[in-house]
Write a protein that binds this ligand. Structure first.
Ligand SMILES: Cc1ncc(COP(=O)(O)O)c(C=O)c1O
Length: 380
């Protein structure tokens, strides 16, 4: 049996991911929901999250890399798995053999891909339009017509989807969304080919444009599955309720009383102003707790305790009352019993966004999966 000696872990409520998925799906009429579980499901663990959702009937998945797609295909016998990023054309046969759908980001990519196909199977592609993000995708009608010709002349290629991505949909200003929508419409018209899926919306756009009549029939949602609105602006415009999914928990391993004017941590950046209690937690920047977390208040038995001194690689210190004892559970963000700390507030403290908070959590932190508040022994 694997030993988990440290009381540090990420608690992931899988049933709440499913609940968030259902809340989003129920808010939409006639649109499929693709769950974006790229980047290891935003750090929560793509195989466990994917397996739970797959077992509960979800059949549309978005990932970033071919490797991520292949991991999922090991246990997903059917359903769409789309690689949203750019794969190396030389691996196209692997994608075909495993029924992985690919993003077509450019004319050259598609030309190279057609040169590398050696198997009989069919390659499913989703042609990406760059409508204003300047990341990947076709940008003008000339490129679109070239891609159209390549698709039309190649029987091995199935145009399964057409898509684009918003750059600014989480903002309260919708002007740039309108610009991108118009460009997408023009490029789609230039392509003038039927595709099973037409998709543009991330969580922010899914929530903001929920009642808009369009030809879009699939949305790609990530952050909302994990219980977080993409921004305050979006939280204000949506009725979709989201449940908390992840909670970062650790425990006190050491407590001591220090005198007035004692220093705490590397660089001696903190000095006590009176007699104080300092507790040490077994979590540090290797676990994804950035040094910027200094000053954040964690919760221990309902008591807010400030991270004082610099965060170390494996440990950090908090200032607490004399009530705090070795073994007490500590909440960094999420929920623990009646304690609750919003990941948005933690992200604001770090001057970043929840996406980054989730993704930087270190690989050393065990992800523990719960359904109905019961821990799953083994998800597979
Ligand atoms: C292409 C693409 N689609 C969808 C998403 C999901 O976005 P969100 O997590 O905001 O729902 C992402 C995430 O970055 C993405 O890159």
């Amino acid at each position: 049996m694997m030993i988990q000696d440290r009381g540090t872990f990420l608690k992931v409520n899988l049933d709440n991911i499913l609940q968030n998925y259902n809340n989003i799906k129920n808010s939409l009429s006639n649109k499929e929901v693709m769950v974006v579980i790229k980047a290891d499901a935003y750090g929560l663990g793509a195989t466990s999250v994917g397996k739970y959702l797959y077992d509960n009937g979800v059949r549309h998945y978005g990932v970033a890399t071919l490797e991520e797609a292949l991991e999922l295909r090991k246990f997903m016998n059917d359903g769409l798995i789309l690689v949203l990023g750019v794969i190396n054309p030389k691996n196209v046969d692997v994608a075909i053999a495993n029924n992985i759908s690919l993003c077509c980001p450019s004319v050259n990519w598609l030309k190279e891909v057609t040169n590398h196909i050696t198997t009989q199977g069919e390659l499913k592609i989703h042609v990406k339009f760059d409508s204003g993000m300047a990341r990947i995708g076709l940008t003008n009608e000339e490129e679109v017509l070239e891609v159209k010709e390549l698709i039309s002349n190649n029987k091995n290629i199935e145009l399964e989807g057409i898509f684009t991505h918003f750059a600014n949909a989480d903002s309260s200003d919708t002007n740039y969304d309108n610009f991108q929508k118009e460009k997408f419409t023009k490029l789609k018209a230039a392509l003038d080919l039927e595709a099973k899926y037409i998709h543009q919306e991330n969580t922010a756009a899914t929530m903001r444009y929920v009642n808009e009549k369009t030809d879009l029939n699939l949305v790609r949602v990530g952050i909302s599955l994990y219980g977080t609105y993409p921004s305050e602006a979006i939280k204000k415009v949506t009725n979709v309720r989201l449940e908390n999914v992840s909670s970062l928990i650790t425990e006190v391993v050491h407590v001591k009383k220090i005198a007035e004017h004692e220093k705490v941590g590397y660089g001696c950046t903190y000095e006590s102003t009176e007699e104080e209690y300092i507790a040490t937690l077994p979590i540090g920047y290797r676990d994804g707790i950035l040094r910027k977390a200094q000053g954040w208040n964690v919760l221990v038995n309902g008591e807010l305790c400030e991270i004082v001194g610099r965060v170390c690689m494996d440990q950090l210190m908090i200032r607490c009352s004399s009530n705090i004892k070795v073994g007490d559970k500590v909440l960094i963000y999420g929920q623990l019993g009646n304690d609750s700390l919003l990941v948005n507030d933690y992200a604001n403290h770090l001057e970043t966004i929840p996406y980054e908070v989730y993704c930087i959590l270190g690989s050393r932190v065990p992800r523990r999966y719960y359904v109905n508040e019961k821990e799953l022994e083994n998800i597979f």
